[in-house]
Design a protein around this ligand. Sequence first.
Ligand code: FAD
Ligand code: SF4
Length: 475
Amino acid sequence: MARKSRTKTPIAEQAPNIRKSNFEEVCLGYTVEEGMEEAVRCLQCKNAPCIANCPVMIDIPGFILAIKDGNMEEAAEILGKYSNLPAICGRVCPQEKQCEEVCKLGMAKNFEPVAIGKLERLVADWALENKDFSKAIQSDTPKIGKIAVIGSGPSGLTVAGDLAKLNYEVTVFEALHEPGGVLTYGIPEFRLPKRIVKKEIESIEALGVKIETNAIIGKTITMDEIIEEFDACYIAVGAGTPNFMGITGTSLNGVYSSSEYLTRINLMHSYEFPKYDTPIKQSKNVVVIGGGNVAMDAARSAKRLGAENVSIVYRRSLEELPARIEEYHHSVEEDIQYYWLTNPVEYLDDGTGNLSGVKCIQMELGEPDDSGRRRPVPIENSEFIIEADTVIEAIGQGSNKVLLSTFPELKLNKWGYIEADPKTGITSIPGVFAGGDIVTGAATVILAMGAGKVAAVEIDKYVKNEKQTPVTTNV
Ligand code: FAD
Ligand code: SF4
């Protein structure tokens, strides 16, 4: 242990004063040499806890050992066995709460865990550069069956990739004009470049997966048609419907949901207007409501669009902040201001229907609520005003309803999400499986992928079983 470096191998990043006015990626990634230096820190634990804490059970010591030996090809092979989207996970997974949280090296006094996420990113980026995915193995043997996947976010892409590898004919239906779900329309370029998302999607298409965009299941194609044409289907339509505070002034010009704000920027390229034809407001004072990754992304995007003052208003304190800590640190470096223990109570009208400010109230933390976190309670007579021409509400999303509203046979839970077994993806209807945010509520990329992985196994069992069962007819 004494010879191991206590801290993670430093990684190059764009300087805060430069990156806060461009949309290019903040973290520049390890070189192979830096990765090898970091890989030496891994203890190669038996019963490695990092594996058990990874929702897709990646052989972490295995791929790190290959990096240490300078064998990137082998590292990529190992990673590819477990994840269809490693370059994405290496960038956006909350490793600090999963594999790195339980890393044995990080448990030792004054030692940081191995930089597992950054090593995963290194290997995945190396593979995207150096491997020819167009030569992915596609079997010539007849396909076992036809599967429809509805939604092309990380959950849908994972199930599609795994089923294609099991020799199924898979079609992914996506409502938008680009595949990727939140990876494409939600997470900004400076955290997850779209060229990386595109390349990983291409590697899934190379397995034989067909992706049909502009296909809204429930509108352009019905669920009856899907059930008729396919042997089984997997619903992964996500949780993209924005929630609103519902306070006075919500309809003023300048009040956005984070979904609209980020979709305009990411999917519609509004930051390149007029080259792309979707504009976005040029703001001076921006207030973002919320404390998750979505709030960080909205605030940091607003800064990059040229806003002078960008603040995040969060009703709890830093200790409870749900966003990734790395994103919080990056936001502070980029001059995002924080109002802790604060909640908006009204959006103020400048007299012409435009937003002029946010009336807020200070909060204190009371007894724990159902989530186990201490409930924020307003402090009487503590109201104050923040000047603002733009407000972005990032207070969570609900289930996507377009498909569900046309498919009443499918059982939902009391929050409007699909009732599906988390270990199998089985729903109330035989042959219809579901997973990702539409089952769990807004969660993480890797959990959505994990749901796709278990469902692929279960769909395979279901189809094989159905095909073996002799059809009985009444004579
Ligand atoms: P989604 O990614 O939502 O994909 C669902 C897809 O289904 C969409 O493309 C949608 O258009 C499509 N669809 C919906 N209805 C239909 C229909 N009727 N027919 C056809 N297609 C349909 N997680 C992390 O782990 N790390 C992060 O840093 C992180 N940052 C985030 C930042 C933002 C701004 C947001 C919004 C989320 C973030 N998340 C993050 C959460 C993560 O992205 C989600 O948990 C994950 O994308 C869920 O995957 P999914 O496949 O279930 O759904
Ligand atoms: Fe390496 Fe940490 Fe995993 Fe042990 S727990 S194998 S040190 S990454």
